[in-house]
Write a protein that binds this ligand. Sequence first.
Ligand SMILES: [Zn+2]
Length: 79
Amino acid sequence: MSAETRSAWYVASFRDHDTHEGVYVPATGQVHGRCGARFRPVPVGWPPRPGPLPGKPPDPGQICHACYRAALVDGRADQ
Ligand SMILES: [Zn+2]
């Protein structure tokens, strides 16, 4: 495991296109998304915990368009 800060996918809500790629900031408990969104991530998985997702969201319809494009630009969309 690397200690470097890296972005991952976090669920802001279960609405369409409301899963964002960003960095979790423990001091505020918020995720700072690539698209500028600031939100408290929704707990996911079992047991539920506030993200990140283990990989890309399984449903493309959940992904924030702006965050997805930013990931493409970085060549990291497959992570
Ligand atoms: Zn976003």
